[in-house]
Write a protein that binds this ligand. Structure first.
Ligand SMILES: NC(=O)c1ccc[n+]([C@@H]2O[C@H](COP(=O)([O-])OP(=O)(O)OC[C@H]3O[C@@H](n4cnc5c(N)ncnc54)[C@H](O)[C@@H]3O)[C@@H](O)[C@H]2O)c1
Length: 327
């Protein structure tokens, strides 16, 4: 078993939602150094408040696609492990499909070239359940066909193929983690790239109406960000995951309508919902088969959805009220 304690770790996209929690998780588990590389496309300094209070946290405002920049950082910081978390959120596919696709492929390409030349030892690459597309059977195991329906997801699936092929040809030290829908504190609530839980909480708090797109019977498998972080770190530590794609999900699907209702109930909103047409190329159903993660990583989500949702909504309302505790 590999130990994260004592390692110098680089996190691409470390100022984002999952990446910032990962930085905190790595520091808590005594990584020798945690180096965040983020271009702040969607990352926020406030997400790094906790990490920045550690002496062994280093922040670079840079583009993870840039081979020269990453090479210099890896050499200077003597990086052992990279967690690739950088991306541009799915909704960007509707504004700039080319970049939504390319950012996923180009960052993976840069990291693979650097791994091949020995600039660091291990890559934990993050995929997405969106790479599968709508469930052809449920729950979806890692052998489920990939059928991406957005450029974001196509970029994820393409990057996964590239990463797997480098593992096969060169035997590099690589694991791929495929998270399902994450939620939790720090998820983006603003603008057109906002995630559904936060966007809905914001609308209700600002006196607006929750939005339901299509019939609301689309389903997703929600996993709390703290569980995902634990799974990511286990993917490094449990070397049985090398060369594999491993789902990180709860194995339980919930409809978007039920999710919206839970948010409304918790926030005591009983007004109207705004009905919008179904989003083009929206995935219909996603539900993880979580067996491989249990077998290879000894991983099972620990945070109950109802409790996790309450904690997330409390965090958001507290933050909007100027709460001092920025988790
Ligand atoms: N949030 C989810 O529900 C979910 C589900 C499955 C998979 N994932 C994957 O997990 C990872 C993290 O997702 P997230 O939800 O935290 O997204 P996020 O948008 O909050 O974070 C991504 C970070 O990457 C940064 N970034 C974008 N382009 C960059 C570049 N060229 N160079 C450096 N940094 C760059 C952004 O500024 C941002 O801070 C992604 O790979 C995503 O595909 C997320």
């Amino acid at each position: 078993m590999a130990e994260i304690a004592g390692k110098n770790v680089l996190v691409t996209g470390g100022a984002g939602f999952i990446g910032s929690h990962l930085c905190d998780g790595l520091l808590e588990r005594n990584a020798a150094k945690v180096v965040c590389v983020d271009n702040f496309f969607l990352g926020k300094m406030e997400n790094l408040q906790k990490a920045l209070s550690h002496d062994n946290f280093v922040l670079y405002r840079d583009d993870a696609r840039n081979f020269g920049v990453l090479y210099s950082i890896m050499e200077k910081e003597k990086i052992d492990v990279v967690f690739n978390m950088a991306t541009i959120a799915l909704n960007y596919s509707f504004f700039n499909p080319f970049d939504a696709y390319m950012v996923n492929v180009e960052i993976a390409n840069t990291l693979l070239e650097l791994l091949k030349m020995g600039a660091y030892q291990t890559l934990i690459h993050t995929s997405s359940s969106e790479a599968y597309g709508t469930a052809q059977y449920s729950p979806m195991d890692e052998n489920h066909p990939t059928n991406p329906t957005t450029p974001y997801a196509a970029g994820k699936a393409a990057a996964d193929l590239m990463v797997q092929s480098f593992y096969k040809v060169l035997g590099l030290d690589i694991s791929i983690v495929r998270p399902f829908n994450n939620y939790g504190p720090r998820q983006n609530a603003e603008g057109s790239l906002a995630a559904i839980v936060m966007a809905t909480a914001r609308r209700i708090q600002e006196g607006g109406r929750p939005i339901v797109q299509g019939d609301g019977e689309q389903t997703r498998d929600f996993i709390h960000v703290t569980d995902t972080v634990r799974g990511l770190i286990l993917a490094y530590e449990k070397e049985a995951s090398r060369g594999q794609i491993v789902n990180l999900g709860s194995g339980r699907e919930i409809s978007i309508r039920a999710l919206l209702q839970s948010i409304c109930d918790y926030m005591k909103y009983d007004g109207e919902w705004e009905q919008q047409p179904a989003r083009t190329s929206d995935v219909r159903n996603l539900c993880a088969d979580a067996k491989l993660a249990k077998e290879l990583l000894r991983f099972e989500p620990q945070i109950d959805f109802k409790e996790g949702l309450a904690q997330t909504l409390d965090w958001y309302t507290n933050k909007q009220a100027g709460g001092a505790d920025f988790v």
